[in-house]
Design a protein around this ligand. Structure first.
Ligand code: PRP
Ligand code: URA
Length: 208
């Protein structure tokens, strides 16, 4: 399995502001969007290119464009919605699927409440987004569901990950390419990432 921790000063700076308890939900949302866009540079490094002939105002030249990339971006509801627009700004032609998962507060087990995926998911590179990888349960179940529907190539982008979640997803889905902006220390007794950002969905949607 490939796990890439994106080590970049812009990401460090922006995630530090996200962590601060006093950061407003408007700013939190904007930062999640910006960091996701930066992560896309790394995540799409291996996209295939093809050569085309173009004409600039000065000369004819050969240049490169993406070779028919078919992408599906899939946010895990709710908090994943905070990363969706970042991916769509970079690849606007992507289709969008949604998976609704809610973590049971006692057992920490994910409960699926919604799933709508592109019908041709087997022909698409799937980019699953969720800012938080805590126990890993939600991401693992979302990937299970996408594979059941035929998804073959999956990249997972998250902003904050606990070592426990990374280990769990590596074990359950060794074929998935994982991109992480921050690896945090641990989980607390309530399953929250420490130091983390608290409840990412509440911080994005202002439902604190
Ligand atoms: C959060 C987060 C992940 C999940 C991570 O969602 O957005 O989906 O928890 O935890 P895990 O790795 O232990 O499964 P939550 O269930 O709080 O729902 P929300 O996004 O609607 O707030
Ligand atoms: N979900 C969140 O929103 N935050 C955490 O720290 C863990 C799971």
């Amino acid at each position: 399995m490939s796990v890439t921790v994106i080590d970049h000063p812009l990401i460090k700076h922006k995630t530090t502001i996200m962590r601060m308890a006093e950061t407003s939900c408007k700013e939190f949302r904007e930062l999640a969007d910006e960091i996701t866009m930066i992560m896309c540079y790394e995540a799409f490094k291996d996209v295939e290119l093809k050569e085309v002939e173009i004409e600039t105002p000065v000369a004819k030249t050969k240049a490169q464009v993406m070779a028919g990339l078919k992408l599906a971006v899939v946010p895990i509801l709710r908090a994943g919605l905070g990363m969706m627009s970042g991916v769509l700004k970079i690849i606007p032609s992507a289709t969008v699927g949604h998976i609704g998962m809610s973590r049971d507060e006692e057992s920490l087990e994910p409960v699926e409440y919604y799933c709508k995926l592109p019908s041709d998911i087997e022909n698409r590179l799937v980019v699953l987004v969720d800012p938080m990888l805590a126990t890993g349960g939600s991401a693992i179940d979302a990937i299970d569901r996408m594979k059941e529907r035929g998804a073959k190539r999956i990249k997972f982008l998250c902003l904050f990950a606990a070592p426990e979640g990374i280990e769990a997803i590596e074990k359950a889905h060794p074929d998935v390419e994982v991109y992480i902006a921050n690896v945090d220390k641990c989980l607390n007794e309530k399953g929250y990432i420490v130091p983390g950002v608290g409840d990412a969905g509440d911080r994005i949607f202002g439902t604190l």
